[in-house]
Design a protein around this ligand. Structure first.
Ligand code: NAP
Length: 689
C-alpha cells in the first residue's frame, strides 16, 4: 500500500499510524495513486506553538540581511535538486514549462527577496517607516513609525495549482520579516510541496522551528490561532469566506488575507485590428493563458473583451493558433504542450462550471466538452479515462447584462469572449468581475489605454499594457512578479501576497513611537538630531565600522564666499545661471536678495570642510540623498558643516559596510543653508598596521 505523506512539525517528520483512514491522491494523467494523506493524530496546537516559540527565537537572533542570505542559500539548495521536483511535478499534470513556472518561479522569488532584503532593509530587526515627525518646538519630543515582526506564526494555506511557487511566494516575505511559517498545501498536489520542504530540511540550513508542513486536511486549525498569528490563504472564494468567518479572525485578532477566484479580463483595443502587432500579441497571450497549466492559474484570462468588429477575427486566430501549437496529453509524452487538470474532481468541477456558462447563454465556439484524444506517456494517441483531460474551450456571449460570465470561474482551459463598442463599456465589463487580480490591455493608442486604466485600475491588483514595444519583453498577463503587487480587490480576496517590501511589512506591525531623540536613536539604530553626539576626538573618517559610533561628528571651520569664488565656479562648470551672474536679474527673482552662490559650490565646499583626506577606512562616497537648499548664500556670507554618523550598516558578505552621515550646512548666522545625507562605504576593521 502507498505510504502516507509525512508532515514536518516541531522540527521532525511525522507520519500517522498506518491503519488510520486516509485519502488517496492520484497522478493527474493516469489516475495511479501517488500518495495517501491524513493528519489523524497530529497535534496541531503543539506544532503551532513550536513555531511561535522556537521559530520566533531562531529568527529573532538574525537580522534582515542574515535572513536574506539564508533565503539565497535555500534557493541554491532547491536549484541543486530541482530535477527531483520536476519529475514529481509531472505527476500533478504539469508540463515542463508549467513546472518551470512553479519550481523555477518559486526559487526566483527566494532569490528576489534575498537581494531586495539586503538592498532595501537595514541590517537590523526593526524597519523604520517615513520621516521623523518633530512634535515639540525645541526638538526634544519626536515621533517615528517603526515596524516590528508579528509575534506569532504565519499559517500559509495554499491552492493546488502551484505547490512550490504558491508556498515560496509567502514563505520568503514571512521569513524575511522574521515570522516562522507553517505551510498547509492543498491535498491534491501536497506531495510536491512535501518534496521541496524535504530538500530544505535535508539542506540543514533551516533555523529551528522556522518552517513546518502539514500534509492533509486541517479542519480545526483555526481553533488554535490567536492574536499575533497571520493566515495567508489562497484558494476558492467559498473556502475563504468560511475561514474568514471564524472567531479567531472576527474577534481574535488573527490577521487574515486571501487570494481567491478572480475573473480576470484581457481587453483588445479598438486600434488593434487583425494584422497589427497588438492583435497578434493579444491572441498569443490569450492562447498561452488558456493552455499553460491547463488554465489552472488564478491569473488566467477568463474574459476576453474585444471590439464587436474584431470578435470573429479573434475567434479564428485563437482557433488557428491552438490547432497549430497545442498538444494535449500526459506531460511525460513527447511533444505535449498542455497537460491534464490536477485531478478528476477538478475536471468534473470545470465541466460543471462550463455547463453553467452555457446555460447562461455562452456558446462554445472553440473546443468541446467531450473526453479528448490525448498523447499518452509512451507517445501514442488515445483516450485516458482516468486522466483529468479537458480540451481548451472558448465560449462566446452575446452583448447583454448576463451576470454569470462575470462571476463564474471555470478553473481550467476556459475563457469567454465578450464584446464592447466604447471604452466605457469595456471598463464596465472589467468592473463587473467584482475585483480582479489582473487585467491586460492590448493597444498602441495611449489615449485608449489611459482612459481605460483610469476607469478600471481600482478593480484590479495589476494591469499589463501590451503593445508592439513591449510584447517581446513582457512577462505576460499571467505572471505575478515578486517585486509587484500580487493580489486584488473584491472577489480576488483583497490580499497582497507579493509586492516587494509591502509583502514583508504585511508580516509586521506598524507602531507610532513618541519619545526623545536619544530614545529613538536607541530604538531605531538611526541617529536623531538632538541625541548625544561626539564632536571631539579622532576624526570619524579615521574610524572603521568596528570603531565608529552613532553620533560621531565633525564640526568644521568656516569658509567665506566671495564674488570671485562664484564667478570662478560658474566659469569652471559652465553654470552661468543668472542668479549667480546677474545682480539685477537675481534681485528680481522672488527667492534671492541678489547674486548668490551655487548650491553645488556649497556642497562641494562642505566636502572639503569635513573630509579627512588621507587613505583610511572610508573607501568611497556613493551618493547623496534628500538634498535640500534652504537659505541662499550671498557673497560675504560664510558657511560651515556639521557631519554626524547617522546609520551604520555592515554588509554580511563584504569587508565593508555603509555609513549614512547627516550633513547640515549653516551660515554665519546659524541659519540652515542645506541638509542632506552623505552615503559612504567604510571598511569594517582598521587596516593592519
Ligand atoms: P480550495 O478548495 O478553496 O482549497 C484551498 C486550500 O484551503 C487547500 O489547501 C485546502 O486544503 C484548504 N482548506 C480547506 N478547508 C480548510 C479549513 N477548514 N482550514 C484550513 N484550510 C482549509 O481551493 P483549491 O481547489 O485548492 O484551489 C482552486 C481555487 O484557488 C480556484 O478558485 C483559484 O482561483 C484559486 N486560486 C487563487 C489564487 C490567487 O492567487 N488568487 C491562486 C491560485 C488559486 P485541502 O486541499 O486539504 O482541503
Amino acid at each position: 500500500m502507498t505510504t502516507i505523506l509525512p508532515s514536518y512539525v516541531t522540527d521532525a517528520w511525522w507520519t500517522p499510524a498506518a491503519e488510520v483512514a486516509s485519502t488517496a491522491v492520484r497522478d493527474a494523467s493516469t489516475g495511479e495513486t501517488v500518495a495517501r494523506v491524513s493528519t489523524e493524530g497530529l497535534d496541531l496546537g503543539a506544532a503551532l506553538e513550536h513555531a511561535r516559540t522556537v521559530g520566533q527565537a531562531s529568527l529573532g537572533a538574525l537580522t534582515f540581511h542574515q535572513r536574506a542570505l539564508l533565503l539565497k542559500q535555500f534557493a541554491l539548495a532547491l536549484t541543486e535538486r530541482k530535477e527531483e521536483l520536476y519529475a514529481i511535478s509531472a505527476r500533478t499534470g504539469a508540463t515542463k514549462t508549467d513546472s518551470w513556472v512553479d519550481i523555477d518561479g518559486g526559487i526566483g522569488v527566494l532569490f528576489t527577496y534575498a537581494s531586495k532584503g539586503r538592498r532595501e532593509l537595514p541590517n537590523t530587526t526593526v524597519y523604520v517607516d517615513g520621516a521623523v515627525e518633530v512634535l515639540s518646538k525645541d526638538g526634544s519630543f519626536l515621533g517615528r513609525h517603526i515596524y516590528t515582526r508579528l509575534p506569532g506564526v504565519a499559517v500559509q494555506i495554499n491552492a493546488f495549482n502551484f505547490p512550490v511557487w504558491g508556498s515560496l511566494e509567502k514563505f520568503a516575505p514571512a521569513f524575511l520579516a522574521g515570522v516562522p511559517t507553517v505551510v498547509k498545501p492543498a491535498t491534491p498536489t501536497g506531495y510536491l510541496a512535501e518534496a521541496f520542504v524535504r530538500i530544505l530540511v535535508e539542506s540543514g540550513l533551516l533555523p529551528a522551528g522556522t518552517l513546518s508542513l502539514v500534509s492533509g486536511n486541517v479542519p480545526t486549525l483555526f481553533d488554535h490561532l490567536r492574536l499575533g498569528d497571520l493566515v495567508a490563504f489562497t484558494g476558492s472564494a467559498s473556502t475563504a469566506e468560511g475561514l474568514r468567518a471564524h472567531d479567531a479572525v472576527q474577534t481574535g485578532g488573527v490577521r487574515f488575507t486571501s487570494e481567491t477566484d478572480s475573473i480576470n479580463a484581457s481587453v483588445l483595443g479598438p486600434d488593434a485590428v487583425a494584422g497589427t502587432p497588438e492583435f497578434d500579441a493579444y491572441v498569443k497571450q490569450l492562447v498561452a493563458e488558456m493552455t499553460s497549466k491547463a488554465g489552472q492559474k488564478c491569473t488566467a484570462i477568463r474574459r476576453a473583451i474585444v471590439p464587436t468588429a474584431s470578435a470573429d477575427a479573434v475567434v479564428g486566430a485563437v482557433a488557428a493558433r491552438i490547432a497549430e501549437r497545442t498538444v494535449l496529453g500526459d506531460p511525460r509524452g513527447e511533444g505535449v504542450t498542455m497537460g491534464p487538470l490536477a485531478s478528476l474532481e477538478q475536471r468534473d468541477e470545470v465541466l460543471r462550471q462550463v455547463g453553467k456558462l452555457e446555460a447562461a447563454g455562452g456558446e462554445i465556439v472553440l473546443g468541446s466538452t467531450d473526453a479528448p484524444e490525448v498523447t499518452l506517456a509512451d507517445g501514442s494517441r488515445g483516450s485516458s479515462p482516468d486522466g483529468a483531460f479537458v480540451a481548451p474551450l472558448l465560449l462566446r456571449f452575446a452583448p447583454g447584462p448576463d451576470a454569470v460570465v462575470h462571476s463564474t470561474e471555470a478553473f481550467g482551459p476556459v475563457s469567454s469572449l465578450l464584446t464592447y463598442d466604447t471604452v466605457d463599456q469595456a471598463a464596465d465589463l472589467i468592473a463587473r468581475g467584482g475585483g480582479s487580480l489582473v487585467t491586460s490591455v492590448a493597444t498602441h493608442d495611449p489615449a485608449f489605454a489611459v482612459a481605460l486604466v483610469n476607469r478600471a485600475a481600482a478593480y484590479n491588483g495589476r494591469i499589463l499594457l501590451l503593445d508592439r514595444d513591449d510584447a517581446r519583453s513582457s512577462t505576460g498577463h499571467g505572471s505575478p512578479l515578486p517585486s509587484l503587487v500580487h493580489g486584488g480587490p473584491g472577489r480576488a480576496g483583497g490580499g497582497e501576497e507579493l509586492g516587494g517590501m509591502r509583502a514583508v511589512l504585511h508580516h509586521m506591525q506598524r507602531t507610532a513611537v513618541q519619545g526623545s531623540p536619544e530614545m529613538l536613536t536607541a530604538l531605531t539604530g538611526i541617529w536623531h538630531a538632538g541625541a548625544a553626539s561626539q564632536p571631539e576626538g579622532r576624526h570619524p573618517f579615521r574610524k572603521s565600522l568596528a570603531e565608529l559610533r552613532l553620533g560621531d561628528q565633525v564640526i568644521s571651520s568656516s569658509r567665506t564666499v566671495t564674488l570671485a569664488d562664484i564667478e570662478t565656479f560658474a566659469e569652471f562648470t559652465g553654470d552661468t545661471f543668472y542668479a549667480h551672474m546677474d545682480e539685477e536679474a537675481a534681485a528680481a527673482n522672488p527667492f534671492f536678495p541678489g547674486r548668490v552662490a551655487h548650491g553645488y559650490l556649497l556642497v562641494s565646499w562642505a566636502a572639503g570642510l569635513f573630509v579627512d583626506p588621507a587613505p583610511g577606512p572610508v573607501l568611497a562616497n556613493y551618493g547623496l540623498e534628500n538634498l535640500r537648499f534652504l537659505t541662499p548664500v550671498s557673497p560675504g556670507d560664510s558657511i560651515r558643516v556639521e557631519l554626524t554618523a547617522k546609520q551604520i550598516t555592515p554588509r554580511e558578505t563584504d569587508e565593508y559596510g555603509e555609513v549614512r552621515w547627516d550633513a547640515v550646512l549653516k551660515n554665519h548666522e546659524d541659519a540652515v543653508v542645506a541638509t542632506y545625507d552623505v552615503l559612504t562605504l567604510v571598511a569594517k576593521e582598521p587596516a593592519a598596521a
